[in-house]
Design a protein around this ligand. Structure first.
Ligand code: CP
Ligand code: NVA
Length: 309
Protein backbone atom coordinates (compact mmCIF):
# COMPACT_ATOMS: atom_id res chain seq x y z
CA UNK A 1 0.00 0.00 0.00
CA UNK A 2 1.33 3.45 -0.83
CA UNK A 3 1.69 5.86 2.06
CA UNK A 4 -1.66 7.36 3.05
CA UNK A 5 -1.95 11.09 3.72
CA UNK A 6 -5.06 13.02 4.78
CA UNK A 7 -4.53 16.45 3.27
CA UNK A 8 -8.02 16.80 1.86
CA UNK A 9 -11.14 14.65 2.03
CA UNK A 10 -10.68 13.56 -1.58
CA UNK A 11 -7.39 11.87 -0.58
CA UNK A 12 -9.56 9.31 1.18
CA UNK A 13 -12.61 9.38 -1.13
CA UNK A 14 -16.30 8.93 -0.36
CA UNK A 15 -16.22 5.23 0.53
CA UNK A 16 -13.39 5.70 3.01
CA UNK A 17 -15.05 8.79 4.52
CA UNK A 18 -18.23 6.73 5.03
CA UNK A 19 -16.22 3.88 6.56
CA UNK A 20 -14.41 6.27 8.91
CA UNK A 21 -17.71 7.79 10.03
CA UNK A 22 -19.14 4.34 10.76
CA UNK A 23 -16.02 3.43 12.69
CA UNK A 24 -16.26 6.68 14.68
CA UNK A 25 -19.90 6.00 15.60
CA UNK A 26 -19.06 2.47 16.78
CA UNK A 27 -15.96 3.46 18.74
CA UNK A 28 -17.71 6.41 20.38
CA UNK A 29 -20.57 4.14 21.50
CA UNK A 30 -18.16 1.49 22.77
CA UNK A 31 -16.43 3.84 25.21
CA UNK A 32 -19.40 5.60 26.81
CA UNK A 33 -18.68 6.17 30.50
CA UNK A 34 -14.92 5.61 30.30
CA UNK A 35 -12.56 8.31 31.61
CA UNK A 36 -11.46 10.42 28.63
CA UNK A 37 -7.82 9.38 28.80
CA UNK A 38 -8.45 5.64 29.15
CA UNK A 39 -7.47 3.65 26.05
CA UNK A 40 -10.11 1.78 24.07
CA UNK A 41 -10.15 -1.95 24.84
CA UNK A 42 -8.37 -2.87 21.58
CA UNK A 43 -5.81 -0.01 21.73
CA UNK A 44 -5.33 -0.17 17.94
CA UNK A 45 -2.48 2.36 17.80
CA UNK A 46 -0.56 1.02 20.80
CA UNK A 47 3.04 2.20 20.69
CA UNK A 48 2.46 4.76 17.91
CA UNK A 49 3.50 8.38 18.32
CA UNK A 50 1.94 11.34 16.51
CA UNK A 51 3.87 14.61 16.18
CA UNK A 52 1.68 17.69 15.86
CA UNK A 53 3.31 20.77 14.37
CA UNK A 54 1.52 24.07 14.88
CA UNK A 55 2.29 27.21 12.90
CA UNK A 56 -1.04 28.67 14.03
CA UNK A 57 -2.97 28.70 17.30
CA UNK A 58 -5.29 25.87 18.29
CA UNK A 59 -7.35 24.62 21.21
CA UNK A 60 -9.61 21.90 19.79
CA UNK A 61 -7.22 20.41 17.24
CA UNK A 62 -4.32 20.03 19.64
CA UNK A 63 -6.37 18.64 22.50
CA UNK A 64 -8.54 16.35 20.36
CA UNK A 65 -5.59 14.76 18.53
CA UNK A 66 -3.71 14.27 21.80
CA UNK A 67 -6.71 12.65 23.50
CA UNK A 68 -7.49 10.66 20.32
CA UNK A 69 -4.00 9.15 20.36
CA UNK A 70 -4.33 8.29 24.08
CA UNK A 71 -7.67 6.60 23.45
CA UNK A 72 -6.15 4.62 20.58
CA UNK A 73 -3.38 3.46 22.92
CA UNK A 74 -0.67 5.71 21.44
CA UNK A 75 0.75 9.09 22.36
CA UNK A 76 1.30 12.54 20.86
CA UNK A 77 3.91 15.28 20.89
CA UNK A 78 3.02 18.92 20.38
CA UNK A 79 5.62 21.01 18.53
CA UNK A 80 5.09 24.74 18.38
CA UNK A 81 6.79 25.62 15.07
CA UNK A 82 8.09 28.88 16.52
CA UNK A 83 10.22 27.05 19.06
CA UNK A 84 11.48 24.36 16.67
CA UNK A 85 14.18 24.67 14.01
CA UNK A 86 11.36 25.00 11.45
CA UNK A 87 10.91 28.47 12.91
CA UNK A 88 14.60 29.21 12.18
CA UNK A 89 14.45 28.13 8.55
CA UNK A 90 15.07 24.35 8.54
CA UNK A 91 13.24 23.19 5.44
CA UNK A 92 9.94 21.35 5.48
CA UNK A 93 11.56 18.57 3.46
CA UNK A 94 14.31 18.03 6.05
CA UNK A 95 11.81 18.30 8.89
CA UNK A 96 9.71 15.64 7.17
CA UNK A 97 12.73 13.33 6.82
CA UNK A 98 13.75 13.73 10.46
CA UNK A 99 10.28 13.44 11.99
CA UNK A 100 9.64 10.34 9.85
CA UNK A 101 12.58 8.64 11.62
CA UNK A 102 11.27 9.57 15.07
CA UNK A 103 7.47 9.37 14.99
CA UNK A 104 4.80 7.28 13.29
CA UNK A 105 2.59 10.09 11.92
CA UNK A 106 2.70 13.88 11.55
CA UNK A 107 -0.08 16.44 11.78
CA UNK A 108 0.58 19.98 10.53
CA UNK A 109 -1.44 23.15 11.03
CA UNK A 110 -0.09 25.88 8.79
CA UNK A 111 -0.94 28.71 6.40
CA UNK A 112 -0.02 27.78 2.82
CA UNK A 113 -1.53 24.44 1.77
CA UNK A 114 1.60 23.80 -0.34
CA UNK A 115 3.50 23.32 2.93
CA UNK A 116 1.43 20.34 4.03
CA UNK A 117 1.77 18.91 0.51
CA UNK A 118 5.55 19.32 0.70
CA UNK A 119 5.63 17.68 4.12
CA UNK A 120 3.69 14.71 2.72
CA UNK A 121 6.00 14.51 -0.30
CA UNK A 122 9.08 14.04 1.87
CA UNK A 123 7.59 12.14 4.81
CA UNK A 124 7.62 8.36 4.94
CA UNK A 125 4.83 8.32 7.56
CA UNK A 126 1.21 9.50 7.24
CA UNK A 127 0.69 13.29 7.18
CA UNK A 128 -2.59 14.82 8.34
CA UNK A 129 -3.79 18.34 7.57
CA UNK A 130 -4.77 20.02 10.84
CA UNK A 131 -5.93 23.16 8.95
CA UNK A 132 -4.40 25.19 6.16
CA UNK A 133 -5.59 28.38 4.47
CA UNK A 134 -7.19 26.10 1.88
CA UNK A 135 -8.97 23.44 3.92
CA UNK A 136 -9.83 21.87 7.26
CA UNK A 137 -10.78 18.25 6.50
CA UNK A 138 -10.57 16.97 10.10
CA UNK A 139 -13.17 19.54 11.14
CA UNK A 140 -15.56 18.40 8.46
CA UNK A 141 -15.20 14.76 9.50
CA UNK A 142 -16.43 15.85 12.94
CA UNK A 143 -19.22 17.93 11.37
CA UNK A 144 -20.46 14.99 9.27
CA UNK A 145 -20.38 12.74 12.33
CA UNK A 146 -22.41 15.30 14.30
CA UNK A 147 -25.03 15.64 11.58
CA UNK A 148 -25.45 11.85 11.30
CA UNK A 149 -25.58 11.49 15.08
CA UNK A 150 -28.44 13.99 15.15
CA UNK A 151 -30.47 11.80 12.81
CA UNK A 152 -29.81 13.35 9.42
CA UNK A 153 -28.63 11.31 6.43
CA UNK A 154 -25.94 12.90 4.26
CA UNK A 155 -27.25 12.14 0.75
CA UNK A 156 -29.57 14.94 -0.31
CA UNK A 157 -28.93 17.01 2.84
CA UNK A 158 -29.43 20.76 2.31
CA UNK A 159 -26.60 22.69 3.96
CA UNK A 160 -26.55 26.49 4.18
CA UNK A 161 -23.24 28.29 4.71
CA UNK A 162 -23.29 31.93 5.78
CA UNK A 163 -20.39 34.38 5.75
CA UNK A 164 -16.81 34.08 4.59
CA UNK A 165 -15.82 31.62 1.86
CA UNK A 166 -12.98 30.10 3.86
CA UNK A 167 -11.03 26.89 4.51
CA UNK A 168 -13.89 25.28 6.48
CA UNK A 169 -16.34 25.95 3.66
CA UNK A 170 -13.90 24.50 1.11
CA UNK A 171 -13.87 21.21 3.00
CA UNK A 172 -17.68 21.24 3.32
CA UNK A 173 -17.89 21.68 -0.46
CA UNK A 174 -15.46 18.79 -0.94
CA UNK A 175 -17.56 16.64 1.39
CA UNK A 176 -20.70 17.55 -0.55
CA UNK A 177 -19.17 16.12 -3.73
CA UNK A 178 -18.10 12.93 -1.96
CA UNK A 179 -21.22 12.33 0.15
CA UNK A 180 -23.77 13.74 -2.32
CA UNK A 181 -25.30 16.60 -0.40
CA UNK A 182 -26.05 20.16 -1.47
CA UNK A 183 -24.66 23.49 -0.27
CA UNK A 184 -26.13 26.94 -0.66
CA UNK A 185 -23.38 29.44 0.01
CA UNK A 186 -24.55 32.84 1.27
CA UNK A 187 -21.48 34.96 0.77
CA UNK A 188 -20.84 38.60 -0.17
CA UNK A 189 -19.20 39.29 -3.53
CA UNK A 190 -15.44 38.96 -3.43
CA UNK A 191 -15.38 36.48 -0.52
CA UNK A 192 -16.35 33.27 -2.35
CA UNK A 193 -14.75 29.90 -1.61
CA UNK A 194 -12.25 28.06 -3.81
CA UNK A 195 -13.73 27.88 -7.33
CA UNK A 196 -11.93 24.66 -8.29
CA UNK A 197 -13.33 22.83 -5.27
CA UNK A 198 -16.84 24.07 -6.10
CA UNK A 199 -16.44 22.87 -9.68
CA UNK A 200 -15.13 19.47 -8.60
CA UNK A 201 -18.05 18.96 -6.19
CA UNK A 202 -20.52 19.99 -8.89
CA UNK A 203 -18.94 17.54 -11.32
CA UNK A 204 -19.33 14.85 -8.64
CA UNK A 205 -23.07 15.55 -8.57
CA UNK A 206 -23.50 17.95 -5.65
CA UNK A 207 -25.66 21.02 -6.12
CA UNK A 208 -23.47 23.92 -4.93
CA UNK A 209 -24.97 27.37 -5.37
CA UNK A 210 -23.58 30.76 -4.47
CA UNK A 211 -26.35 33.16 -3.45
CA UNK A 212 -26.12 36.75 -2.27
CA UNK A 213 -29.36 36.77 -0.29
CA UNK A 214 -28.82 35.22 3.17
CA UNK A 215 -32.52 34.29 3.46
CA UNK A 216 -32.34 32.41 0.17
CA UNK A 217 -29.26 30.58 1.41
CA UNK A 218 -30.99 29.42 4.59
CA UNK A 219 -34.51 28.77 3.28
CA UNK A 220 -35.48 25.13 3.95
CA UNK A 221 -31.98 24.14 5.08
CA UNK A 222 -31.37 21.05 7.23
CA UNK A 223 -28.08 22.42 8.56
CA UNK A 224 -26.89 26.02 8.95
CA UNK A 225 -23.15 26.58 9.28
CA UNK A 226 -20.97 29.60 9.77
CA UNK A 227 -17.45 30.45 10.92
CA UNK A 228 -15.42 33.46 11.91
CA UNK A 229 -15.40 36.31 9.39
CA UNK A 230 -11.66 36.82 9.87
CA UNK A 231 -9.61 33.63 9.79
CA UNK A 232 -6.20 33.19 11.37
CA UNK A 233 -3.56 35.06 9.40
CA UNK A 234 -6.07 37.44 7.78
CA UNK A 235 -6.01 41.17 8.41
CA UNK A 236 -8.80 42.58 10.59
CA UNK A 237 -10.44 44.58 7.76
CA UNK A 238 -13.40 46.84 8.60
CA UNK A 239 -14.62 46.61 4.98
CA UNK A 240 -14.82 42.83 5.22
CA UNK A 241 -16.69 42.94 8.53
CA UNK A 242 -19.19 45.39 7.03
CA UNK A 243 -19.73 43.17 3.99
CA UNK A 244 -20.36 40.16 6.26
CA UNK A 245 -22.92 41.82 8.54
CA UNK A 246 -26.04 40.76 6.57
CA UNK A 247 -24.87 37.15 6.84
CA UNK A 248 -24.91 36.99 10.64
CA UNK A 249 -26.71 33.85 11.85
CA UNK A 250 -29.35 35.17 14.24
CA UNK A 251 -32.78 33.91 15.27
CA UNK A 252 -34.53 35.82 12.47
CA UNK A 253 -32.35 34.13 9.85
CA UNK A 254 -32.60 30.68 11.48
CA UNK A 255 -36.39 30.99 11.29
CA UNK A 256 -36.12 30.44 7.52
CA UNK A 257 -34.40 27.05 7.93
CA UNK A 258 -36.36 23.83 8.54
CA UNK A 259 -37.93 23.57 11.98
CA UNK A 260 -35.46 20.87 13.02
CA UNK A 261 -32.41 22.46 11.37
CA UNK A 262 -29.09 22.09 13.18
CA UNK A 263 -26.63 24.93 13.75
CA UNK A 264 -22.91 24.11 13.38
CA UNK A 265 -19.81 26.21 14.02
CA UNK A 266 -16.27 24.82 14.11
CA UNK A 267 -15.35 27.30 16.88
CA UNK A 268 -13.84 29.53 18.12
CA UNK A 269 -16.94 31.71 17.74
CA UNK A 270 -17.02 35.49 17.68
CA UNK A 271 -20.32 35.94 19.44
CA UNK A 272 -22.21 38.96 18.18
CA UNK A 273 -20.39 38.85 14.82
CA UNK A 274 -21.05 35.75 12.69
CA UNK A 275 -23.50 34.28 15.24
CA UNK A 276 -25.62 35.59 18.09
CA UNK A 277 -25.67 34.15 21.60
CA UNK A 278 -29.32 33.18 21.10
CA UNK A 279 -28.41 30.88 18.20
CA UNK A 280 -25.16 29.35 19.44
CA UNK A 281 -26.66 28.76 22.90
CA UNK A 282 -30.08 27.91 21.47
CA UNK A 283 -31.90 24.59 21.04
CA UNK A 284 -30.73 23.93 17.47
CA UNK A 285 -27.05 24.43 18.22
CA UNK A 286 -24.97 21.25 18.33
CA UNK A 287 -21.59 22.99 18.56
CA UNK A 288 -20.46 21.23 21.76
CA UNK A 289 -21.19 17.79 20.28
CA UNK A 290 -19.35 18.99 17.16
CA UNK A 291 -16.32 19.98 19.25
CA UNK A 292 -16.27 16.66 21.15
CA UNK A 293 -16.63 14.80 17.87
CA UNK A 294 -13.23 16.10 16.79
CA UNK A 295 -11.83 13.34 19.03
CA UNK A 296 -14.03 10.56 17.70
CA UNK A 297 -13.75 11.51 14.03
CA UNK A 298 -9.97 11.95 14.20
CA UNK A 299 -9.48 8.56 15.83
CA UNK A 300 -10.97 7.09 12.67
CA UNK A 301 -8.90 9.36 10.44
CA UNK A 302 -5.80 8.14 12.28
CA UNK A 303 -6.86 4.51 11.92
CA UNK A 304 -7.46 5.10 8.20
CA UNK A 305 -4.03 6.73 7.85
CA UNK A 306 -2.47 3.61 9.39
CA UNK A 307 -4.35 1.35 6.99
CA UNK A 308 -6.71 -0.02 9.65
CA UNK A 309 -9.86 1.17 7.84
N1 CP B 1 -12.14 24.18 15.14
C1 CP B 1 -10.81 24.17 15.35
O1 CP B 1 -10.02 23.70 14.54
O2 CP B 1 -10.44 24.72 16.55
P1 CP B 1 -8.97 25.07 17.03
O3 CP B 1 -8.49 26.23 16.19
O4 CP B 1 -9.13 25.44 18.48
O5 CP B 1 -8.09 23.87 16.84
N1 NVA C 1 -11.55 29.56 9.43
C1 NVA C 1 -10.93 29.54 10.73
C2 NVA C 1 -11.09 28.19 11.34
C3 NVA C 1 -10.52 28.05 12.73
C4 NVA C 1 -10.66 26.68 13.29
C5 NVA C 1 -9.47 29.91 10.60
O1 NVA C 1 -8.81 29.45 9.65
O2 NVA C 1 -8.99 30.67 11.42
Amino acid sequence: MTQRHFLNLTDAGGDAVAAMLNDAIDRKAARVGLPKGQPDADAPLAGRVLAMVFEKNSTRTRVSFDVAMRQLGGSALILDAGTTQLGRGETIADTARVLSRMVDAIMLRTDDHAKVEELARYASVPVINGLTDLSHPCQIMADLLTVIEHGKALPGLEVAWLGDGNNVLNSIVEAAGLMKFNVRIGVPEGYESDARMVEAAQLAGANIRIVRDPVEAVRGADVVVTDTWISMGQAHAEAKLAAMEPYQVNEALMAHAKGDALFLHCLPAHRGEEVTDAVIDGPRSVVWDEAENRIHAQKSVLRWAFGQI
